[in-house]
Structure formats: structure tokens, C-alpha cells
Ligand binder design. Sequence first.
Ligand SMILES: [Zn+2]
Length: 223
Amino acid sequence: MEPLILRHGGSIGWIEVICGSMFSGKTEELIRRLRRAQIARQRVEVFKPRIDQRYSQTEVVSHDENALRSTPVDSPEQILLLAAPADVVGIDEAQFFDMTLVDVCQQLANDGKRVIVAGLDQDYMGRPFEPIPQLMAVAEYVTKLHAICAVCGAPANHSQRLTAEEGRVVLGAADRYEPRCRRCFQPPRPSPFSSKEGVPLASPYPDAQPAPPAAPDTPQSEK
Ligand SMILES: [Zn+2]
């Protein structure tokens, strides 16, 4: 949830995470919160990774073209320097930053800033997409948004890649992805040559070989 008290008083900062699948309205929600802060005459700075150049170099742009001016940066450390005068720091498409973003957000919040981070919580395989899970753990407030499944209309928690491209970062919008629910999501099979992306899940696919039986001392709930 978004905090109801937008100024805790004194110089106490905090972290908010807005996560969810593609087309779930993360950027719109980020913009809504930042606009309200601007109206309250708080100093707002917005950043995004330079890698995301789908729409604009200098604006946070959501799929409905509701835009807010932002600064593209190459690394989270740059945010620390550029955000110094801000009361509120917005970060969009945060899944494209590396894990140093977690420490940077912690530092900003420790310095008394309100930090609002928006990003995908899962990749195209349905795996947690760091650094978002780590940010969710240390954040004071987490909002998980849902899209609508393009197949059945249920709440969608996954981003279905519609092309055969491999690699975790394949930029695109409706031309390459659509939102899917748990039942309709069909992640591609992991390539045996792409293990550097992360440890493959045991069996995320309905038609895959069944996982080996658990050891007798393994609690079922941890499978
Ligand atoms: Zn569905």
C-alpha cells in the first residue's frame, strides 16, 4: 500500500515498491504519486535506466503516454549524486538496474527521502527479477498491481513473451508481450546454454518431467 502519511515528520525516509507484470499500470501509479508530491511543492527527481529507450530518452513514459520528465542514468550510483536535492525520488523500470540499486535506495531513504521504485517483479520465465524482490523485502510499502489476462480476462500476474527471442532483457511492449494469468502463462523452456541468467526452476511447465521425489525429511511446504 501507499503510505497514507506522506510526510512522517522530521527527516525519516522510506521506500515504496510498485511492482507487477507488464501492462499492470506500474508507471501510471508511479506518476500519480509523484504528481501529488509535486503539487505539495515537494522536490521530485525521477530516474530510469538508460537501457530503456522504447519511447523517450528524457521522460518516464507509460504505455498510455502519460509522461513525466526523468533523467536517464547508467548506474544506480549516479542516482545518489543527482538525487541530493530531492525530497522524493522516483525510479522507473528498476528491474534493469543491478543489485547496487538496493543499497542506493536504502541510502536515499536513510538520508530522509521518500523513494518510490517501480519495476517488473518477474521476468519472461516467471522468475523473480532482481533487484525488485530484494527491494520488496527492505521496503516499508509494497504495492503489487495486476494486468488483465489477454487470454481469459482473469487478473494477470505474468508477462508472456510472444516471440522466440531468448535473453532476460528483450525490450518491447504489446509487440512482444502480453499479460497472462497463472493458468494461461506459458513460459518458454529454459535453454541449457543460458544458465548464466540464473538457476533454472525445477519444473515450471505442466508438460515437463516431474520433479524427483522429495527427500523424506523435506517438509512438503518447502517444495
Ligand atoms: Zn488467463
